[in-house]
Design a protein around this ligand. Sequence first.
Ligand SMILES: N[C@@H](CCOP(=O)(O)O)C(=O)O
Length: 430
Amino acid sequence: MKYYSLNRKAPKVSYRTAVINGIAPDGGLYFPEHLPVLPKSFINKLDRYSSVEIGMEAMAPFVHKDIPKKELESILEKVLDFDFPLVPIDAHISTLELFHGPTMAFKDVGARFMALSLGYFNRNEEKEITVLVATSGDTGGAVANGFLGVKGVNVVILYPDGKVSDIQERQLTTLGQNIKALRVQGTFDDCQRMVKKAFADKTLKGSVQLTSANSINVARWLPQMLYYMLAYHQKKKPAGELVFSVPSGNFGNICAGMVAQKMGLPISHFIAATNVNDTVPRFMNTSEYDPHPSTATISNAMDVGDPSNFVRILELHKNDFKSLKQNLSSYSFTDKETKEAMKKIYSESKYITDPHGAVGYLGLKKYLESHPDRKGIFLETAHPVKFLDVVSETLHTDIPLPPQIEKVMNKNKISLPISTYDELKEFLLT
Ligand SMILES: N[C@@H](CCOP(=O)(O)O)C(=O)O
């Protein structure tokens, strides 16, 4: 398997090089040269395989020979060591909980897969590599946790000051060792822009070996396809075609779901549910891609004005707007609507959603209004405890702190303030 740059001005590379580069030298995102189609006999019997067996079948073609099968299996055993339960909400709607990992957000799978891939590639290297990552909340903690103590890897996390939840900030600023955090005076988009500028900066790249741990990196992005397969794995046969509603910010998760669909998973439609950062819902109405600066919301991990992975979604649909429209609906919701949904789900189903999951639920509800015969799953991308203030204020209920969260509560937050790209560059060079 080779990966090409979506800017089409860089050489094709192996999985290993794509992971180490993060982004192609021409600034484009890497994309797999072909998408393997999984045997029907496998897809139709997902309930009979373990999560690691599903992971092997799905990921081996993408990793190709760069990681031997035995090693890949051991990576997947570590990555998939928690559950992804499918919980019924009502007769037509279920939620897939992706938050039972170490940092209680869906990013744990991709972050650990990438950390272990890079650790494997770096095992005999003397040269250090710096992983640069921008976060609007959840990626930072997952990457910090996944890369903590990985030999030869330094992690630098950029996050928008005052725009992530207290628990999210603790998860990315309290670990120490090879993890450093920079709090940026600006938005997530400013953080992401700085990261991309660093990749394009030849003087910087001459001195520091950089890679990205955002979903622009194929090792962070692709393993997310497993969530969709693990949903079918829990369905009693015949599962039939399902609709997935994905709370979306940088659009890596939903895009990985579309890869699973191309590989043969019977997904009938996707819903990209966003908060008021509505670049994609507007695009789906007008076919004009017109990113706006991001606005702070209660579902802060989705406060993204210019989603990096949308270009991959367009590529998957051969840049054909009509075919994209058939596969994707996209709706945006305000904070007020999100809180109302959290209350409704809690009072009707006694289920506590976090604000991101509630946006996913709203997207699914809206789609089902005009498709009442369909059944759908919304992804619950983070544990409600990560948004303790909003959840307890909205639902008037307490959420006990799970051990993963308790352990960061009493540690000191350490981060450096920066405002400009030059400050980032200076930090990386010293
Ligand atoms: N939602 C993200 C924003 C970055 O997304 P990524 O999947 O590209 O890392 C966050 O929580 O930081």
